[in-house]
Design a protein around this ligand. Structure first.
Ligand SMILES: [Zn+2]
Length: 140
């Protein structure tokens, strides 16, 4: 039984059509197609190249505006009121110049304070919480 099955399989494998496909003149003239999985794959771009460095504002796309005082306040020292330098903020030169101009304009207009609280008063306890009044009132 087994021998007859194997001979049948041989007969099926070597059919005249398959033989024609292998020995046809068209196949022999065409360039040999190499499709080995072991060959190195050529990539279009190097995956190890580093992305160009971008500062925080350039990468996130945040626009500096003199009316956004809470954003600008993060770049100002709470103790001295001075604008942090580039090595602290990590901004690029263009954004740092925009930041300084925006802070100056914000201070001129009145959105940001010009004078800062003395650090010795920074840890003063809160005397009351305006959100929790002792008596209910209508203008809270
Ligand atoms: Zn930048």
């Amino acid at each position: 039984m087994l021998k007859s099955a194997s001979t049948l399989a041989r007969k099926v494998l070597i059919t005249p059509q398959a033989y024609r496909w292998c020995s046809s003149s068209k196949v022999s003239q065409a360039p040999p197609v190499v499709c080995s999985e072991d060959e190195p794959v050529k990539l279009e771009n190097n995956p190890y190249t580093k992305e160009p460095r971008k500062c925080l504002l350039c990468s996130t796309g945040i626009e500096l505006d003199y009316k956004n005082a809470r954003l600008l306040q993060q770049f100002v020292s709470t103790f001295s009121g001075r604008v942090y330098d580039r090595h602290i903020t990590g901004l690029c030169d263009e954004q740092q110049k925009k930041l300084i101009k925006a802070i100056a304009k914000s201070r001129r207009v009145g959105f940001m304070p010009i004078f800062v609280k003395d650090p010795k008063y920074a840890r003063d306890p809160k005397l009351f919480d305006p959100l929790k009044p002792l008596r209910p009132h209508s203008f809270a």
